[in-house]
Design a protein around this ligand. Structure first.
Ligand SMILES: [Zn+2]
Ligand SMILES: [Zn+2]
Length: 397
């Protein structure tokens, strides 16, 4: 019997690990820290490889008509605005809340939680949905013919990653830091990324709601995990499980001896609550990573879009500098060979000398970074919502 229960525990642990690896690979596989690891390969398989095999399989079995149908579904789902992920978000939060209410509310009030948590939990979820709606349906900072000149004034060109350009689709000048979103078919100021979950761009005006959404949902996960933990601790207390284990079964009253028996008892009686706790903890950790990444960007006044631009720029500059240094080194060695009055020692020195390529340093000069206080203020109160922006508007019109 015990072996059977232990087996179930191991299955649960393996299931949890596999789920965690798949979720982390899918969502974070492109992060630089996973470069060259199996996480990146799983990410590639999940996001591209598996789909490619599926398409080839369908093509071989059902013919090209079927493949075309799938491709048009893909076009609708990935390249056009659509509410599929928005519905999925509402489903996830609704179903999770339903399961929590169904399996946990019976134990509230409990030994550690008072009745008020029934209402707090409902309100925190309501605020979460409100932030979701705010991010989804607010204007991200659409650039149009009327406001483009003000945006150009607000965001000067740095002539490094942004220079004067026209949007080939909108036929208006492209302010620095803006980007044309091909899914929404509009130019967005201080463009960060197009968010499928929100079915909206994240840009100048709604980055603040997006950040609040991430932080709030992270806090919801922490609250949920802790609250369910306290419910289970309350159940242990109510049933005097520790006393029974130590007094009746004579198990030593130490954490190491008690923990396996307590976990076994909880898994047997409260598996739904434990699964919910694990789910909330995993989602919470992912949200923490995502929020941390975006907070770092906000603090240095960079956008997700700009991180790619900087990567390209730095790569290009490094190659250019390396080529220059190599050419210089070659020139020196040729002139060294031609001069015959070199002392013998210099050969050794040349041999052990530092490689000139080690000195190649490319500096990232982000002119929009004006100190973290200013940067945070720019996210909380975007330029286009400030009075100075409107004053400029009145002056010119
Ligand atoms: Zn455009
Ligand atoms: Zn968009």
């Amino acid at each position: 019997m015990i072996i059977k229960v232990m087996g179930v525990q191991w299955v649960l642990v393996c299931h949890g690990l596999v789920t965690a690896v798949v979720v982390v690979s899918f969502l974070c596989g492109r992060w630089p820290i996973f470069e060259g690891t199996f996480i990146q390969r799983i990410h590639y398989f999940l996001t591209f490889g598996a789909y490619d095999y599926f398409l080839r399989f369908v093509g071989a079995v059902f013919g090209s008509k079927c493949t075309n149908a799938i491709l048009s579904v893909e076009y609708y789902c990935c390249d056009r605005p659509n509410p599929l992920l928005q519905i999925l978000y509402l489903l996830i939060i609704g179903v999770t809340y339903y399961f929590i209410a169904n399996s946990c509310f019976a134990f509230i009030p409990g030994y550690y939680l008072s009745e008020i948590h029934r209402y707090i939990s409902l309100s925190v979820v309501a605020v979460g949905i409100l932030l979701f709606l705010l991010t989804s349906f607010s204007d991200p900072g659409t650039v149009n013919a009327n406001n483009v000149s003000h945006y150009i004034k607000a965001y000067p060109y740095d002539n490094i990653i942004y220079e004067e350009k026209e949007c080939s689709t909108c036929k208006i000048p492209k302010p620095a830091r803006s980007k044309h979103c091909s899914i929404c078919d509009r130019c967005v100021a201080r463009f960060d990324h197009h968010c499928g979950w929100m079915n909206n761009c994240i840009g100048e005006k709604n980055t603040r709601y997006f950040m609040a959404f991430l932080l709030w949902h992270f806090l919801i996960c922490v609250y949920g995990t802790v609250a369910i933990g306290l419910i289970l601790a309350g159940r242990l207390k109510d049933f005097k499980v520790i006393d029974i284990l130590t007094v009746y079964y004579g198990i030593q009253n130490s954490f190491m001896d008690l923990a396996p028996h307590v976990v076994q008892w909880l898994l047997g009686s409260y598996n739904t609550q434990i699964l919910l706790m694990v789910f909330l903890a995993i989602v919470g950790m992912l949200l923490a990573g995502f929020f941390g990444y975006h907070a770092k960007l906000c603090l240095s006044n960079t956008t997700t879009n700009e991180t790619f631009k900087w990567q390209d720029y730095m790569e290009w500059q490094r190659k250019l500098k390396e080529a220059k240094v190599s050419a210089e080194a070659l020139k020196q060695s040729i002139s060294g060979m031609s001069s015959e009055r070199q002392p013998l020692l210099s050969k050794w020195r040349t041999f052990f000398r530092k490689s000139p390529l080690e000195d190649v340093v490319v500096v990232k000069n982000n002119v929009y970074d004006k100190g973290f206080l200013h940067n945070i203020l720019e996210v909380i109160s975007p330029f286009s919502t400030r009075r100075s922006f409107t004053r400029n508007k009145l002056k010119s019109s």
